[in-house]
Design a protein. Structure first.
Length: 244
């Protein structure tokens, strides 16, 4: 960290005031590239803390860019090969991705796990993992496919970060309804959400609001994490009620 830099001091002060980040448990290193790009590095407790930290840094006056080197502190440390194998199983089992060609990069070699040759192909994904960071390359036919693949990557035990570089072909205009539809699908697929029909999702300017009833605090937190996992979601407002 560049001692005495007023921009970094301002960013750190705002991070310290955000309880979701908890710098005492998860210290975040701050640095600068040039005069206006902030570098965030270190472990965080969950994806919400990661995205909130990036948002805070990017909203700081005089900051023109943020380099994200934050990683999730995995509760289940796994080797890259194990993470990759579990993720490929999840991608292959997802009904929505059954028409996608799936390839993995292992030991600098590309291995085809599932190949779709006909005109109904809905994507061609190349998946790799390095130091717990999952990278998704290739293309898919919709933003919903891109978002679902990204969430499945975040769900993989041991995953510390996701780089979702999937292209949508043909290009598709994103909007709030796309986010709402994708999250509704994710909640239906999440085995930790037993009654997704009781959760209402609203999205406005990529801010997701969750309303409705869940059976436990764990389920409430899980639904919120699912929302944070979605590509392009900037904020989540969790108004779910815990009840029987």
């Amino acid at each position: 960290m560049q001692n005495g830099n007023p921009i970094l001091k301002s960013v750190r002060a705002m991070l310290e005031r955000e309880p979701r980040i908890n710098l005492h448990r998860w210290p975040v290193s701050l640095d600068m590239i040039g005069d206006s790009v902030v570098v965030l590095e270190g472990d965080v407790g969950d994806i919400a803390a990661k995205k909130i930290a990036i948002e805070i840094a990017g909203a700081t006056p005089e900051v023109r860019g943020v380099v994200d080197r934050l990683r999730l502190a995995s509760a289940e440390p796994r080797g890259d090969g194990e993470i990759l194998d579990m993720l490929m199983t999840a991608l292959r089992d997802a009904r929505e991705l059954k028409n996608c060609t799936l390839r993995l990069m292992k030991k600098e070699e590309t291995v085809t796990v599932q190949e779709i040759r006909d005109d109904n192909a809905s994507g061609d994904m190349l998946v790799s993992v390095m130091d717990g960071v999952v990278t998704l390359d290739g293309w898919v036919i919709s933003l919903s496919h891109k978002r679902l693949a990204g969430v499945l990557a975040w769900w993989a035990p041991g995953c510390r970060d996701v780089v979702n570089a999937l292209e949508v072909q043909p290009p598709e205009e994103d909007n709030d309804d796309e986010v709402t539809d994708a999250l509704s699908l994710v909640l239906e697929l999440d085995p930790m959400i037993p009654h997704p029909e009781q959760i209402r999702v609203r999205t406005e300017n990529y801010v997701v609001t969750l309303e409705g009833l869940v059976s436990s605090q764990a389920e409430k937190e899980r639904a919120e994490q699912d929302a944070w996992c979605l590509f392009a979601v900037d904020k989540v407002i969790n108004q779910l009620t815990v009840g029987s």
